[in-house]
Design a protein around this ligand. Sequence first.
Ligand code: 8YV
Length: 312
Amino acid sequence: MVNSRVLQIGPLSERFNRTLADHYQVTALWQQADPLRFLEEQGGQFELLVSSARFGCSAEQLQCLPNLRAICSFGVGYDPYPLELLRDRGIVLSTTPDVLNDCVADLAMGLIIDTARQLAAADRFVRQGQWLTGNYPLTRKVSGKKLGIVGLGRIGQAIARRAEGFAMPVRYHKRCQDLSSPYGFEADLLALARWADFLVLACPGGAATHHLIDADVLAALGPQGVLVNISRGSVVDQTALVAALLDGSLGGAGLDVFESEPAVPAELFVLPNVVLLPHVGSGTHETRLQMEELVLANLQAFFDKGELLTPL
Ligand code: 8YV
């Protein structure tokens, strides 16, 4: 038997918060005057926790939750959870896989096109009245160009399928070759970066991929190459990225994620070959609703049967 008290670490949509409160006795941690003190005093009563890929749950918080059994997380990223600690304590974690693949992959293609064809910059050109006095400079073609994907999980595969429609040859890099994949495997990330016109990051964040994209990878991608990041800011050495974009040794970048969001390096604001988005990969009405429903379905499954629907 699981008790119906749910601890929620951070706010999700109003709609989600309301539905959750209709079915469970919810405690909103962020509304407590002193959240850590509250946890120290009251943490023992919670077996269920709801959080997100943004708020996660720290080791410090977990220490105050001795009876926790399951975490239902909104989003597909699991980097803000101490996975080893969860494993040691037998706490199960669900994320919201698959339902966001299309939107994140759509956004990756959008960033490829926007960065190469400079849609956002050309739009600014029109709005500023500059077309009245001259034509926009030529940009770079997308169709037929070589696409390297770092991380060929569910989202990476959805990006690769879309790229086929643009006649883009696809190769990928990940820790182990995916033998069922029709795409070429490249064990050497530097070789993939040298080969690719566009390098899209679709791998998980966390310690294993921290600064995987460093100055050497950016140099290999080169002055005609474009980096697109829809995964996590931590995967890229952002200082090296800014330097490469400013000195022209990297051709462009389309970025939906940053190292310490919502801070974005202001040096990039003036560059027309850089597209900057506020972490909106999954941010459509349709997908966010499906993500919310999947969090609630996981919670209900654990409450009813002690099992999650989409465990990590
Ligand atoms: C969300 C994400 O923006 O799924 C993820 O890992 O980063 C995004 O879908 C995030 O979960 C919001 O909390």
